[in-house]
Design a protein around this ligand. Structure first.
Ligand SMILES: *Cc1c(COP(=O)(O)O)cnc(C)c1O
Length: 359
């Protein structure tokens, strides 16, 4: 072992030493269908207006620490019920971390169903917060009995449910979530990252229950590069979490840009509608393919299971410049599963043509 390695081993926590960095594949020049990004651009005219607005940015100054103007605009545009406050994060990833840090008391634990969004577990690991999970049913619906038993056994302080769920694409039922929330003595976070692509929202649960907050993000509707996530809940909770949020976590350019985007929110929603229409087209094409199981989706991605080894199909697509997500080794319920982000008609067609030839 080199000198620096010995030195690091004597200082770094076991958690850091045992971890792998979150892997983001190199996607230069690829058709990117791996990360649920919105493929649509703004019109030239809108871009010009945005750039004009950015000229007002005072990048020599720290950002508005509580992003008051932006938070108000979000409340208005998203029609948040009165009584619910918003906290912003550098992506919802940061909000997951804030939540876990805030609730990481001695003997506290985090709970999620699996397969679901991996950052819940990753964050628990980073903070050495015990993490428990319960598998979904084979059709990816909630196994409510198992969830209730898990809650009873571990009494988790923090629970995450993504609706629609990533990577499975389905929504959990409100009735089932209510039963879980009512049985839980911990804080339940409903992650609505894909709200733009579905008809269901669980926002009312944050009004009805003191132990529920809603998380959303601008990443999936076209602003992934700006990094802005939202935690929506009763002001009393938000006030507590604000104590440990880094004061300038949302930068000047992001604040101005998202305010601008909210003034033109119809554009983003129209793009989401186009992706929903493309989802219908792609789902229909895929359903008609032999040797492929297609799972229904309420999000901007589709989960598939192939009869051939999924990893081989993934690699073959990659060799053709098409990047999707291989989930074959992510969870036992995801054997031979691939996840594709719904994109433009042209990109979807390119994917479908290549995929059809491979399966
Ligand atoms: C993509 C995703 C997020 C992360 O959003 P960011 O705001 O980009 O950090 C959160 N939750 C789920 C379920 C996601 O799929």
């Amino acid at each position: 072992m080199s000198q620096i390695e010995t030195f690091m081993q004597s200082l770094l926590t076991d958690t850091v030493l045992s971890m792998q960095a979150y892997h983001v594949p190199d996607a230069a020049k690829m058709i990117k269908l791996d990360a649920m990004e919105n493929p649509h651009q703004w019109s030239q005219e809108l871009k010009q207006q945005w750039l004009a607005r950015l000229q007002e940015a005072e990048i020599n100054r720290y950002p508005n620490a509580d992003a008051k103007q932006l938070r108000q605009k979000i409340s208005t545009v998203m029609q948040l019920p009165s009584g619910l406050d918003v906290m912003l994060g550098n992506g919802s990833d940061e909000l997951i971390q804030v939540l876990a840090m805030a609730l990481n008391r001695e003997n506290a634990s985090m709970f999620a169903v699996e397969p679901s969004f991996v950052m819940y577990k990753v964050t628990a690991n980073i903070l050495s917060m015990p993490y428990f999970s319960v598998p979904l049913n084979a059709d990816f619906s909630l196994n409510v009995e198992a969830v209730l038993a898990g809650i009873k056994l571990h009494q988790p302080a923090l629970l995450f449910f993504a609706v629609p769920n990533n990577p499975t694409g389905n929504c959990f039922s409100e009735e089932q979530l209510r039963a879980i929330i009512e049985a839980s003595s911990g804080l339940v976070i409903i992650d609505e990252a894909y709200i733009a692509f579905t008809e269901t929202t669980m926002l009312q649960l944050a009004v009805d229950y003191d132990n529920v907050l809603i998380m959303r993000t601008f990443s999936k509707v076209g602003l992934a590069g700006l990094r802005l996530g939202m935690l929506i809940g009763k002001a009393a909770w938000i006030e507590q979490f604000n104590k440990i949020r880094m004061p300038y976590n949302v930068n000047v350019l992001t604040q101005l840009s998202v305010e601008f985007a909210l003034d033109h929110y119809d554009v983003l929603l129209e793009q989401a509608e186009m992706l929903k229409a493309q989802r219908r087209v792609l789902l229909q094409q895929l359903v008609d393919l032999p040797r492929v199981t297609v799972f229904p989706s309420a999000a901007n991605f589709i989960l598939l299971r192939t009869e051939k080894p999924a990893a081989e199909i993934f690699e073959a697509l990659k060799a053709q410049g098409i990047l999707i997500k291989c989930l074959a080794n992510a969870h036992p319920l995801l054997s031979n599963c691939l996840r594709i982000t719904v994109s433009t008609e042209a990109e979807n067609t390119q994917f479908f043509t290549a995929f059809k030839a491979l399966v």
